[in-house]
Design a protein around this ligand. Sequence first.
Ligand SMILES: C[S@@+](CC[C@H](N)C(=O)[O-])C[C@H]1O[C@@H](n2cnc3c(N)ncnc32)[C@H](O)[C@@H]1O
Length: 191
Amino acid sequence: MSHDDKRFDPQRQHRLLSAERHAYWNPSQFLARFNLKPGQTALDLGAGPGFWTLPLAEIVGASGQVWAVDVSQELLDTLASRNPPAQIKYKRSELPTIDLPNAFSDFAWLAFVFHEVEPPEKLASELRRVLRPGARVAVLDWRPDAEGEQGPPRADRVTPAQVIGWLSAAGFADAQETWHDPDNYLVEGKA
Ligand SMILES: C[S@@+](CC[C@H](N)C(=O)[O-])C[C@H]1O[C@@H](n2cnc3c(N)ncnc32)[C@H](O)[C@@H]1O
């Protein structure tokens, strides 16, 4: 199977912005655990139409930056149509390559995209490269053993242990699962 087969279909983008999804995740509240500060730079990798990008931009404020990176111009166009503040920057780019300088960012956020990218080892090393010393990566993704029926095919998903292994091998310290629910998990690591 090519990795394009795993890739999110932009025609399903309305699901990413549904009221039900907002009610479940409450993205501003979920992101508060990362203690980002005004003026910081954050990367939203695989940002899609911006479900997490807009709340990230509120947290870092006008003096900060949030880079919305996505392979899909259609999804970035949707984000651009949602009246985003000026601190949101756009980068059409195909992961695992992250077309940004070394030690560029204070935080990297990957929501439901890590499992779509190959090779994952390269993604992990690119994440390490673009983060400043002490910066954090956070990976939110689907559990292969999820209780619910939603989400991508189970065969496409990756386990928290796999993500921890790739991040650790790339030089992230202290990579660990910091949260989960019956269907999803969060892995964090420190650069
Ligand atoms: C399931 S959506 C999640 C979007 C967003 N993170 C969210 O949670 O609402 C996956 C996103 O990753 C993007 N994506 C998938 N593979 C990618 C790649 N290799 N490089 C960049 N973006 C990619 C898709 O275009 C899509 O926007």
